[in-house]
Design a binder for this molecule. Sequence first.
Ligand SMILES: Cc1cc2nc3c(=O)[nH]c(=O)nc-3n(C[C@H](O)[C@H](O)[C@H](O)COP(=O)(O)OP(=O)(O)OC[C@H]3O[C@@H](n4cnc5c(N)ncnc54)[C@H](O)[C@@H]3O)c2cc1C
Length: 355
Amino acid sequence: MTPTLLSSLTTSAVGGPAGKFVEARTEAEIIDAVRSADAAGEQVLIISGGSNLLVSDDGFPGTVIRIASEGFTVNAEDSCGGVSVVVQAGHNWDKLVEHAVRHAWSGIEALSGIPGSTGATPVQNVGAYGSEVSQTIAAVRTWDRERNAVQTFTNSELKFGYRDSILKQATVNGSPRYVVLTVEFQLPLGRMSAPIRYAELARALNVEVGKRAYANDVRREVLRLRASKGMVWDSSDRDTYSTGSFFTNPIVSAEVADKLPETAPRYPAGQDGLVKLSAAWLIDQAGFGKGFGLDQDGVAGGRASLSTKHTLAITNRGSASAADMVAVAREVRAGVERQFGISLHPEPLLIGLGL
Ligand SMILES: Cc1cc2nc3c(=O)[nH]c(=O)nc-3n(C[C@H](O)[C@H](O)[C@H](O)COP(=O)(O)OP(=O)(O)OC[C@H]3O[C@@H](n4cnc5c(N)ncnc54)[C@H](O)[C@@H]3O)c2cc1C
């Protein structure tokens, strides 16, 4: 039988063969597939939309389990408590957001247009335009591979942080201890959005930061802004053959931030006076502009480059290998380190690859 290629399952369209491939369409099938692979002592890679993974050209020798469960159940809906909706892990995230906006379930509209599945959103606490899923997730039901039992985490037990959660922390060599089965969201009812926390979005909506807008308008503007940056998956746009942002925004001490030029964007990052920097700005200012690497004499022969619309995405121009993508990432990371002494960390999960 021809092996399934990870390149056919990922938005960067790179990655070699899967040792074994199983598609799980229901919660029972997910648990069954994970239990069987674990009982056989096989390595396990969980994949869903494949939009936050970069897999080596050698592929993955163990079992790749694709989470493809779909649908959601509304548990409660009233004007006091809002809506409680339990979503299957494989359900497409943006379809859920679209449904929420159409049915006046408020709170996730600013997360429009993010590719991938709902079950992956708590893993790295998916976020954009000042919003994060940690603001609306009530609970996550998982299969705990260590205890061979279902384990439910409440919001506070998930230990959400910037692109982080207990689910991500418990992932070792690409293999998660907790496999997400369902995610429960608690969303207020109403046509208005959550307060707009991101200046660029507030400007686009013509409202002040902290004010609300119609959720419909927020979704429309977020999709427009994201598309202009190549951040909405589109098979006809090579700038979207990526994992979205390749690097997280570095969080540094005030002392380190003070050494940067005054024009460097800075945002408060929680307690202890920590400061969040813009990885896109650092990359650009270190000399890696949009489209860096497109030149055929470039680091990956023009096969992989920074997006022509955003410096934070590493893109496959059509024939890139995973090694090409990593070559661009290494060059950019070394350049930022040289210029600013700041080390960038990858956002996607790297399987069989090191930076
Ligand atoms: C064009 C583009 C734009 C993007 N924009 C954003 C953005 O604005 N903000 C943002 O935060 N991210 C963004 N991303 C990254 C990505 O879309 C999100 O992280 C998304 O949630 C990944 O979902 P997925 O189903 O594709 O996960 P996958 O890539 O399949 O998996 C990602 C990780 O989650 C794990 N995982 C997946 N499903 C489960 C499960 N059921 N249980 C346990 N572990 C699981 C995988 O093992 C892996 O570690 C973008 C990506 C692209 C390509």
